[in-house]
Design a protein around this ligand. Structure first.
Ligand code: AMP
Length: 283
């Protein structure tokens, strides 16, 4: 596995390969890798000749400085995991490699309603930072395909919209959420949960799968919502930020199960010191 810290070195390596028609799959991450990230690497390896995984904790997408300071950094074990998954190239840039001039460069976007609800509402500036860094990384790596997780579905939609607006020739590929056996979505932030918080965090995925089960059984939306809210709000150690059942196309809340073709339930909650998000496809 090759590790590059400088964009120029990465590009000098990839250029002759691309000229020969080699396809590049790209997996952007913030490190502290788990099986969710590695499933993206595996998918990319199956669909491309070369897989580039980046590890970069992007300062501009953290609206909470303590979240940035406490974000887990485990580069050595990340590299070992990536070798085990036969990842081809790791891109490990420093902050000034990505933002040579200032942290504000290239941060003007308009995503209409897509970045207004849910994460956009509770993490002001977050998606601007995400779009800014992914745009820069796409310039640097220039992949054929970009691999993103369903767990951050709003992010996937915003990045896909950014790619469309910028007219980039890259396909964004959405990959299923990988979960612990009991249902908790894998997240780098799970490393910061105490044993008790880890147990309590389960209520997030339980609520979302509970919505799916009840909806598919034919219970009315209002009954399901009522159940979901009382369930998610029942544990004093879990502080929900939002629970939304939305039309995946418009990102607006649905008023009945017949309202939309694709409906997804989303939740975000603080458990102890950690903020967690998850979503489950209902229909
Ligand atoms: P992050 O390191 O949190 O920025 O995540 C990097 C990529 O991994 C994003 O596309 C995430 O959506 C994806 N990802 C994170 N957690 C999971 C998971 N549990 N299952 C699948 N993909 C995930």
């Amino acid at each position: 596995m090759l590790v590059f810290k400088k964009t120029k070195d990465l590009q000098d390596y990839l250029r002759p390969k691309k000229a020969k028609g080699v396809t590049v799959g790209f997996v952007p991450t913030m490190g502290a890798l788990h099986k969710g990230h590695l499933s993206l690497v595996k998918r990319s390896k199956g669909e491309n000749d070369v897989t580039v995984t980046s590890i970069f904790v992007n300062p501009t997408q953290f609206n909470d400085p303590s979240d940035l300071a406490n974000y887990p950094r485990t580069t050595d074990t990340d590299l070992e995991e990536l070798i085990a998954y036969q990842n081809d190239i790791v891109f490990l840039p420093e902050v000034d490699e990505v933002y040579p001039e200032s942290l504000e460069e290239g941060n003007e976007f308009d995503f209409g309603y897509l970045d207004k609800p849910m994460e956009g509402r509770f993490r002001p500036g977050h998606f601007t930072g995400v779009a800014q860094v992914v745009s820069k990384l796409l310039d640097m790596v220039a992949p054929r395909r970009l691999y993103l997780g369903q767990k951050d579905y709003q992010q996937y939609r915003i990045i896909s919209e950014m790619i469309r607006q910028q007219g980039r020739d890259v396909e964004s590929v959405l990959c299923d959420t990988v979960r612990e056996e009991d249902g908790l979505a894998l997240s780098s932030r799970n490393k910061r949960l105490s044993e008790r918080d880890r147990k309590d965090a389960l209520i997030i995925s339980q609520t979302l799968f509970g919505i799916q089960e009840r909806a598919r059984k034919g219970e009315t939306l209002s009954n399901v919502k009522q159940w979901a809210e009382s369930n998610l709000y029942s544990n004093p150690n879990v502080e929900p930020e939002y629970l939304e059942i939305i039309d995946a196309a418009s990102f607006k809340a649905v008023t009945s199960w017949d309202d939309a073709h694709h409906i997804i339930a989303f939740a975000a909650a603080r458990v102890g010191p950690v903020r967690l998000i998850d979503n489950v496809i209902i229909f």
